[in-house]
Design a protein around this ligand. Structure first.
Ligand code: UT7
Length: 317
């Protein structure tokens, strides 16, 4: 059993932080960030926690399809930057919405929105659920090392959500995990046990940019090609690819290798930066709001990131 996406929503904080603003904090400049990453500005939270943004995006998604919280059978959320470990961000969103359905969270970093969809598909098969709400939400600004110009300039805060209804629009998915923390790592604080003998690592994002870049381009192309081949499709059959918004150059490299025309690749990184698990549902919501998707269109969502984990799915709109 599968689903159709019947509603989408997003939320970003109002505070716009430009490249020039960042040049006041670390040694960087607008030209480098624009050329190497494709970002002009990002939204950074001043007051919202992750679950606040997740809640706003969830509410927008519900409103977009006229659903009440009582219609939702399950809430699945993803984040690497929640304000609490327990309650999970999913439980926080459930509570803020006033819902009574089960809620659980998964962590697959930047690929998590596709892992959420796959998990939702499994729940539709397992239970007699009619509607599932999925939310990717991040206050990445809270886990950045703001002295590290290699990471603090590429991320942003925000949330995106979708309402899924039992149906037949989720056609196929591919997902891979390589494991290991040498390329991307976000450590937790190690606590204050008087018995624990290991050193505290910096509790912020560490990333080997070049290695991540190469992995990202390869994973994106391989995953999209696998979906096309397995489903006897060509690029001509695909209305849009919605990639994780990590770096405009990653998307451009992959697009050229895939022979995909520029206008079929959804890109909004210039406005929001890399919002990790929120980037795909935000880009999806903007496509929907711009009226670019019509029922029956085939689209591919694809992502890569910490884990290392990558994933892609084929959806009939
Ligand atoms: O969403 C999770 C997955 N993450 C990603 O997919 C990110 C993938 N990686 C990337 O997007 C890119 O590797 C980065 C944007 C992180 C870095 O871009 P790059 O083109 O790979 O730069 P680099 O690390 O090779 O550094 C090139 C130069 C270095 O200077 P030297 O050694 O050549 O003099 C860096 O020190 O650019 C310098 N540099 C900067 N200069 C100005 C690095 N960061 C900055 C900066 N401003 N913010």
């Amino acid at each position: 059993m599968s689903f159709r996406i019947i509603g989408t929503g997003m939320y970003v904080p109002s505070r716009v932080v430009t490249n020039d603003d960042l040049a006041q904090i670390v040694e960087t400049n607008d030209e480098w960030i624009t050329k190497r990453v494709g970002i002009k500005e990002r939204r950074i939270s001043e007051t919202e926690f992750t679950s606040d943004m997740g809640y706003e995006a969830a509410k927008a998604a519900l409103d977009s399809c006229g659903c009440g919280v009582e219609d939702i059978d399950l809430i699945l959320s993803a984040t690497v930057s929640g304000e609490t470990v327990s309650p999970s961000t999913a439980c926080m969103i459930q509570n803020k919405l006033g819902a009574v359905c089960p809620a659980l969270e998964i962590n697959a970093a930047c690929s998590a929105f596709i892992f959420l969809l796959e998990t939702a598909a499994a729940y539709f098969a397992l239970r007699n659920y009619k509607k599932i709400l999925v939310v990717g939400c991040e206050r990445i600004s809270g886990i950045l090392d703001w002295t590290d110009r290699g990471t603090c300039v590429i991320f942003g805060d925000g949330a995106g959500a979708a309402v899924l209804e039992r149906g037949d629009g989720y056609l196929d998915a591919v997902y891979n995990v390589k494991g290991g923390d040498d390329v991307i790592k976000i450590p937790h604080g190690i606590g204050c046990s008087p018995f624990f003998k290991r050193e505290q690592d910096s509790p912020y994002i560490h990333m080997q940019g070049q290695e991540t870049f190469q992995y990202a381009v390869t994973a994106l192309c391989d995953d999209v090609n696998t979906l096309l081949e397995r489903n006897n499709l060509t690029m001509e059959d695909i209305a849009y690819i919605i990639p994780h918004q990590a770096n405009k150059r990653i998307v451009d490299f992959a697009r050229k290798r895939l022979h995909m025309p520029e206008e079929k690749m959804a890109v909004n990184i210039e406005k929001y930066g890399n919002t990790s698990s929120a980037s795909i549902p935000i880009a999806l919501d903007e496509l929907v709001k711009d009226g670019k998707l019509k029922r029956g269109d085939k689209i591919i969502l694809c992502a890569f990131g910490g884990g290392l984990a990558d994933a892609a799915c084929l959806i009939e709109w």
